[in-house]
Design a protein around this ligand. Sequence first.
Ligand code: RFL
Ligand code: PHB
Length: 398
Amino acid sequence: MSETTNIPATTTVGIVGAGPAGLLLARLLHQAGVDCVVLEARDRAYVEQRQRAGVLEQSTVDVLRATGAAARLERESIVHDGIELSWNRRRHRIDFPELTGGSRVWVYAQTEVVKDLIALQLVDGAPLLFEAQATAVTGADTDRPVIHYTHEGVARTLSCDYVVGCDGYHGVTRNAIPADELTTYERVYPYSWFGILADVAPSNDELVYAHSPRGFALLSMRSHTVSRLYLQVPNGTDPHVWSDERIWDELDARFAVDGDWKLARGPITQRAVLPLRSSVTEPMRWGRIFLAGDAAHIVPPTGAKGLNLAAADVTVLARAFEQWQRTGASAGLDDYSRHCLERVWRAEQFSYFMTTTLHTAPEQNPFDTRLQISQLDRISASPYAAAELALNYVGTAL
Ligand code: RFL
Ligand code: PHB
């Protein structure tokens, strides 16, 4: 039988997008015995290599463990008990376990989460079609919504009980909902992040978020031998006009502290500029269509929340589908949007706070800079202010 004849035309839950949200949802539904199909526009290599987030909260690690997708994470992730904030040429450590009653975070790249979920899904999981681009979803207000998609040049349809849009900010599922049924709250920031990957051991054991007169910088990592670093840059910056030396010099200047700490340099293997945006679409469900992850909300990466919110959405949704399939009760599905939006808005507020406290806006008023410094001083002086940051950073249980 050819692979093509195996492509189902009907399913219970049709999932558009195989980023972390779609893949994790498929895994959870498979475990719960709920039939689903995942359609992904890109090919496998592209999805597995897309460089994005790097920090996992406890609740995300818990759900990955529960799905059996955490074996490599247990071996290769790096557990972090804190972060450092840097301003006025000094650093202050935020101790997570001390300030939160024992919580911590895991440094494990989104690329690796995605690889682990795909590997598991292909061995033991629901159908996952790469290079299957959804073009439209119809029938949101009927009992059988339909995903229209193209696979290997052939136009196909997938008829579903429910459709979940896990297709990110530029996805098509959201368009299936009448525009006047949705409200989008949005803020675009007047700066972007220039991210690099470098083959050099991280210069600090923990992440460093730096406020500086030259703008924000972040030191992160992918492993004990690969560093991930970011610089605040003006919107529209072309990453390819920066020489490697200019990037390292700028990072040096922004991380500079009194004392003998030095940023180690190494070959830069990847570079990209990403604009910063906050956005929430409400409600996250209309008729038989659900939105999850970046399809419903975007946070600027400063709070490290994007991937964790996506995981939280689909965990809530999978439980609701399981309840519905087992008992016929739709209470969980009906409550999905309200339930998720509470966490989403908390993460939006925290990400906005981290972003606006640490970045320097173009033509920023010196008064605003003094307010930022006062806020950072407060965090270093008050365990209550530090705990508020720590509790938001490590996230809450689901
Ligand atoms: P994703 O990961 O964007 O996955 C969506 C998937 O849907 C597919 N798709 C379609 N498939 C079929 N038909 C269509 N018509 C489709 N349209 C789209 C896409 O190919 C893709 O595979 O969303 P998801 O699953 O909700 O996961 C969310 C996270 O990826 C995201 O929140 C974070 O990565 C955000 N983010 C970052 N967060 C951090 O905490 N730290 C970071 O450093 C960080 N870097 C980033 C990021 C997001 C970025 N984007 C979306 C612009 C860097 C980038 C470039
Ligand atoms: C990353 O490692 O890519 C990363 C870490 C923390 C952030 C954002 C990005 O807040």
